[in-house]
Design a protein around this ligand. Structure first.
Ligand code: NDP
Length: 335
């Protein structure tokens, strides 16, 4: 079994030496378990958190253990009555070719229509994140203005398209002209701003009316530019702050970068709420998937993936994710 282990905890940005690639025997499923052969591995920003032993909502990956991740692939052996060899599933575990998993978060999914890799993206955890966060927190209404950061990425692309379906004006923020062109032309956002340019001036021009919903994926300078532009009763969906993931642990307290002045929260009656998709998302996966598949069939939701070939390339691809090198949902085609 080809596996990628966490060799050491990164200080700052991860480097290839933080990972180790090993070959081990293929594991056997125990009673009630299933052996999955991964075809695709999802690479996601949260994995940076699992590499660190700073206090968080989930346990860190132990040193020497296989890196955490979700895969989609084929059941090759089963000791669970609900799954048979040949079943195509979402829910394999880890940066590895073969994994043994229980049935709790294992879902049978189609192999081709839509393609299996989408079960890690638009029809997977990132899509579910967008759907849950908008439904529970953002609650965009027709005619409102929605701003989405990391707009061309796995979560951002879905957030913006759902907000368009809801009848909103949607403005993305992304890291290059090519990403912005994609967001406007392919995904149908009303505008997209490049955060390497003068974001204040671009926001002045794009959202003079102010912002009703800001979907926060990035933090840092982008957040500082957006925050003062909320309208009364605005909602800030705190999904992630990837620009800060490589900062030293403890940046929550001492050493944190100066944040926005929170005074307007009271005056404007803003709602700022964080969420973790795994808290309430997976029990609603069936409802989410049915709605999203419907939108895809109707041509109302599109997606872009960034596929890297070969499991051994995962560390390098993941390092790039934290620097904006991916363009679309980042997945590894394992073989
Ligand atoms: P993406 O596919 O959007 O990839 C990450 C993108 O972030 C990069 O492509 C880059 O886009 C942007 N980025 C990276 N570094 C920086 C930086 N220093 N400054 C500004 N932008 C940067 O990832 P996901 O869609 O998977 O995740 C987006 C966010 O959602 C992350 O913060 C993630 O942690 C969060 N998330 C939260 C979940 C939850 O349950 N709360 C679940 C899933 C994801 P660009 O080139 O456009 O800058």
């Amino acid at each position: 079994n080809l596996q990628i282990l966490l060799r050491r905890r990164p200080v700052g940005a991860p480097v290839p030496e933080d990972f180790e690639i090993v070959e081990t025997p293929v594991p056997e499923p125990g009673e009630g378990q299933v052996l999955v052969r991964a075809r695709y591995l999802s690479l996601d920003p949260y994995m940076r958190g699992r590499m660190s032993d700073a206090k968080s909502y989930a346990k860190p990956v132990a040193l020497g253990a296989v890196m955490e991740g979700q895969t989609a692939g084929e059941v090759v052996a089963s000791r669970h009555p609900g799954f048979r060899p040949g079943d195509i599933v979402l829910g394999g575990y880890g940066w590895q070719r073969f994994s043994v998993v229980g049935p709790e978060r294992l879902f049978k999914v189609p192999e081709h229509d839509p393609p299996l890799s989408t079960s890690l993206g638009v029809l997977g955890m990132p899509g579910l994140t967008a759907w849950v966060g908008l439904e529970d927190i953002g609650q965009p209404k027709a005619g409102e203005t929605v701003v989405v950061s990391a707009a061309s990425g796995a979560v951002g692309q879905v957030v913006g398209q759902i907000a368009k379906i809801r009848g909103c004006k949607v403005v993305g923020i992304a890291g290059s002209k090519a990403k912005c062109d994609f967001v406007v032309r392919e995904l149908g956002f009303d505008a997209c701003l490049d955060h390497h340019g003068d974001l204040d001036a671009q926001l002045d021009a794009a959202v003079p009316e102010g912002i009703d919903v800001y979907w926060e994926n990035v933090g840092g300078k982008v957040q500082a530019a957006v925050f003062p532009r909320f309208r009364d009763f605005g909602r800030m969906v705190m999904c992630g702050m990837i620009a800060q993931y490589n900062e030293a642990p403890g940046a929550d307290a001492a050493g944190a970068p100066p944040g926005p002045n929170l005074g307007p929260v009271v005056r404007k009656r803003l709602r700022i709420q964080g969420f973790i998709v795994s808290d309430t998302g997976w029990p609603r996966y069936g409802a989410f998937r049915a709605q999203m598949e419907g939108w895809i069939r109707e041509g109302r939701i599109r997606w872009r993936e960034d596929v890297v070939h070969g499991l051994a390339k995962a560390p390098e691809a993941f390092i790039g994710l934290l620097q904006g090198r991916n363009f679309g949902k980042l997945v590894v085609a394992v073989d």
